[in-house]
Write a protein that binds this ligand. Structure first.
Ligand SMILES: NC(=O)C1=CN([C@@H]2O[C@H](COP(=O)(O)OP(=O)(O)OC[C@H]3O[C@@H](n4cnc5c(N)ncnc54)[C@H](O)[C@@H]3O)[C@@H](O)[C@H]2O)C=CC1
Ligand SMILES: O=C(O)C(=O)Cc1ccc(O)cc1
Length: 310
């Protein structure tokens, strides 16, 4: 857990879109004293009311422009497909010298949608915390979400090194390990490690539901850990994940193509009784898992299902 820092990294941070990630950022920023003030804006009056009720943000504003006024860091925490529209809305109110960042799960598309709206003299440094849960909304965040998790910074052409270093300090202060990556590489890596696995989980739960077994209490009760993980992941926010697949289309289709080829080979091995193929395949995948454990790269699973925490 981070210590309280002596000096805030930013004077004023504005969080736009008050869901899981923004609320977790707020509690993590407060935990370590990383900003003088945190303002927030959410599109719906209901979310703004909830935020005020639970003390999420020092000041909740009724417009995005009011929230970003005087902010030296603005973080867009809305679904990937909404980033460009929000950037256009806040652009005239951005303070010269401010940094705009985002936390979107896809980077190339966000950069293409947001960068054209960033005024001269304002920095743009996209980011992506590799931490989350299947929960969403302002009450789902907690200060520990980013502890020991990776946050990838994806600087664009012209991102000033000092703006990148300052954002790195914020994420490290929130407990994350930080790495930098190019946008296309990011999108391919995430298609393998997150996006396609989510699609597979959605599909598996859909298949089980088609068989009318998933809602049967006995099946839920006796389902093994793997299927339970699928149901947890398949409960993730539909808007967020719709946008992920629509905006990381090429990388996801590339990985899905490879996935289906391998799946067909396994399907054929089962049909033809080719136990050697199955055994070889499972031996290879087991060694990958063991390599991860031996390298100490298996970070502890976050404590899913927690509520907002002050
Ligand atoms: N949920 C997760 O596990 C992770 C999500 N992300 C990314 O973080 C971003 C936010 O995700 P969450 O916090 O999970 O979502 P969330 O659904 O909890 O919160 C998103 C908020 O944005 C608001 N919103 C939607 N469209 C808007 C618009 N046009 N203008 C203003 N507000 C709008 C929603 O009402 C909601 O309050 C997404 O881009 C997602 O890809 C990144 C890492 C992990
Ligand atoms: O809940 C899970 O298992 C996750 O994988 C969380 C997650 C979801 C989306 C991201 O862009 C990053 C992390």
């Amino acid at each position: 857990m981070s210590e309280i820092t002596a000096k805030p990294v930013y004077n004023r941070v504005a969080l736009i879109g008050l869901g899981l990630i923004a609320s977790s950022m707020f509690w993590a920023i407060k935990r370590a004293g990383l900003a003088g003030e945190v303002t927030g804006y959410a599109r719906s009056a209901e979310t703004r009311d909830t935020a005020r009720r639970i003390g999420l943000c020092d000041r909740v504003c009724d417009t995005a422009s009011a929230a970003v006024e005087g902010a030296d860091l603005v973080v867009l925490c809305v679904p990937v497909g909404a980033m460009g529209g929000v950037a256009a809305e806040i652009a005239p109110a951005l303070m010269p010298g401010a940094t705009v960042s985002d936390v979107g799960s896809v980077k190339r598309h966000v950069i293409e949608d947001v960068a054209p709206h960033i005024p001269e003299g304002v920095h743009f440094v996209p980011s992506h915390p590799l931490a989350g849960t299947e929960h969403s909304g302002p009450e789902s965040g907690f200060a520990e979400l980013f502890d020991n998790r990776w946050c990838l910074l994806v600087p664009v052409d012209g991102s000033a090194p000092e703006a990148v270093a300052r954002l790195r300090a914020l994420w490290e202060g929130m407990g994350a390990h930080v790495d930098e990556m190019d946008a296309d590489h990011h999108d391919l890596v995430l298609a393998v490690t997150s996006h396609t696995p989510h699609l597979i989980a959605y599909t598996m739960v859909g298949v089980a539901d088609d068989l009318r077994r998933v809602t049967d209490s006995e099946v839920i009760k006796y389902s093994a850990a793997g299927f339970r993980d699928f149901t947890r992941i398949a409960a993730s926010d539909p808007t967020m994940w719709r946008d992920v697949f629509l905006t990381n289309k090429d990388a996801t289709l590339e990985i899905l193509g490879r996935f289906t080829e391998e799946l067909f080979a396994l399907q054929r091995a089962i049909r033809t009784g080719d136990g050697q193929h199955l055994h070889d395949y499972f031996t290879r995948t087991r060694s990958i898992r063991r390599g991860i454990i031996e390298a100490g790269q298996d970070t502890a699973a976050p404590d899913f299902g927690r509520g907002a925490k002050k």
